[in-house]
Design a protein around this ligand. Structure first.
Ligand code: FAD
Length: 443
């Protein structure tokens, strides 16, 4: 039964009686947000979250850690909002069992809830390296509010103490910069030869490294963590690298990647690979169970950024409300780094093959760098550092698969220079500002 029909009127034909969503994170919350606006929404919605507070904007944990934002600003909707929209919110309970035969879930508090349709939105957890010492006091991940609070406490307790961050990707760098802004001396250990190696080419990664080093971060690329060292009280004191170096640490953050929370689905006998396998309507191998967000896998891909997850939410919202939709389609995702004063934007491939044309622009004086990867005139990847204003326009062109040959000459200068040539394909006038410091290279 819908708890409050006067608030959420039902469509004439309502296919789902009780929808249970496991995970009150960014995907689960957005799904509810979409459903309560739909006429065809399930009559009853229950949202179960393991964290003790209503969903918050996880992305903003980085500015929270950096002291640029208050905790309250992260809350997406307070508990009253769910009540006012007839959504039953169960917080601080972890779903431990899915009984598919009986169509019910059981939480760690012993609560049993029947469902007609179930959505898994359990996200992921931090991946951990296979080294001894991870259980030590002072070793943290950077995934939730508790982690952020523990890191803030550490920076307060240790004053100008030392922190080591393992991982030089988006999350590791945002954690490192947050701790530095709180007064800690921070070393970043990146296993690859360059920072953000999945998004940036060597030049952009070098510019980023120089910028972060100039702020006081110690960046160690090509570094391999061997083990953690501790004092007699079991508190971490340092990170020992494979080359023998010891990096002193009052606290250590592990940010080497994520692992989808797919165990619930696996134990229930759903098809699970790296994550819960879903089709284009986010339906798992059981037609009564869906999965979305970081815990799902579609056509071999898993997820770690919200952009594709928002598109999944749209598809599943329509599906659960009995509306038709084209289904989820995989598309490239653009990346930004949330470090104040650093502007970078990247999407698509970084590695050029023989059929790629590579256009690059580098203005060291202004710290601007752009590199575009084209195949048959179509943009397949871009890396922008410094002036990133053109990034979203490049991304749009890439998603549209637009042939940009007509504006190739002006492409590196962004939309305002390139679009007139696209609109007038007979024009071949090269942009006069294109001379130095433009370089073009064949792949
Ligand atoms: C510090 C940080 C910064 C980020 N910055 C960006 C960014 O700039 N841009 C970007 O696109 N993405 C960013 N991300 C990634 C983004 O936050 C995630 O992609 C997004 O939160 C995934 O949503 P989700 O709902 O799948 O998972 P989550 O938001 O993690 O939600 C999953 C929820 O399910 C709960 N749960 C798990 N298992 C159970 C269970 N068995 N029972 C009940 N509840 C359960 C978890 O406790 C959690 O609350 C960032 C992530 C972090 C940690």
């Amino acid at each position: 039964m819908c708890p409050d029909d006067s608030i959420r009127p039902q469509a004439a034909a309502c296919p789902i009686d009780h929808l249970v969503i496991v995970g009150n994170g960014m995907a689960g919350q957005r799904l509810v947000e979409g459903l309560v606006r739909r006429d065809g929404a399930p009559r009853r919605i229950t949202l179960i979250g393991e964290e003790p507070c209503p969903a918050y904007n996880r992305i903003l944990l980085s500015p929270l850690l950096a002291g640029e934002m208050e905790r309250e600003a992260l809350t997406l909707r307070d508990a009253d909002w769910y009540a006012a929209h007839g959504v039953e919110l169960v917080l601080g309970e972890r779903v431990e069992v899915i009984d598919r035969q009986a169509r019910r879930v059981i939480t760690d508090a012993g609560r049993e809830l029947g469902y007609d349709r179930l959505v898994l939105a359990t996200g992921s957890r931090p991946a951990m390296p296979p080294i001894p010492g991870l259980e030590l006091d002072g070793v943290h991940a950077f995934r939730d509010l508790d982690d952020a609070a523990a890191l803030v406490d550490c920076s307060r307790a240790r004053g100008d103490g030392r922190a080591v961050v393992i991982g030089g990707g988006l999350l590791g760098l945002e954690a490192a910069e947050g701790l530095r802004k709180r007064g800690m001396r921070v070393s970043v250990v990146q296993r690859d030869a360059r920072l953000m190696n999945r998004q940036l080419d060597a030049t952009a990664a070098g510019l980023l490294e120089d910028e972060l080093a100039s702020r006081g971060l110690e960046i160690i690329t090509g570094g391999r963590l061997d083990r953690l060292e501790a004092d007699d009280d079991g508190h971490v004191t340092g990170a020992r690298l494979a080359d023998g170096r010891l990096l002193p640490a009052d606290c250590l953050v592990v940010a080497i990647g994520i692992a989808p929370n797919a165990e619930l689905g696996r134990t229930a006998g759903l098809e699970v690979d790296r994550a819960v396998v879903v089709d284009a309507h986010l339906t798992s191998s059981d037609p009564a169970i869906h999965a979305l967000g970081e815990c799902c896998q579609f056509e071999g891909s898993t997820y770690g950024l919200v952009e594709p997850i928002w598109r999944q939410v749209e598809v599943l919202t329509a599906h659960l409300a009995g509306e038709s939709s084209d289904g989820y389609v995989e598309a490239p995702t653009a990346t930004k780094l949330k470090v104040s004063g650093v502007s970078l934007y990247a999407f698509g491939s970084i590695e050029a093959d023989d059929d790629h044309e590579v256009l690059t622009y580098h203005d060291p004086d202004h710290g601007d760098y752009r590199r575009l990867l084209l195949r048959d005139g179509r943009l397949e990847g871009a890396v922008l550092y410094g002036d990133t204003a053109a990034g979203p326009w490049y991304f749009e062109q890439s998603l549209a698969g637009r042939d940009l040959s007509a504006c190739r000459q002006a492409l590196l200068f962004g939309a305002s220079d390139a679009t007139p040539l696209l609109d007038d394909p007979t024009s071949t006038t090269p942009n006069p500002t294109m001379k130095s410091p433009l370089q073009e290279e064949a792949a």
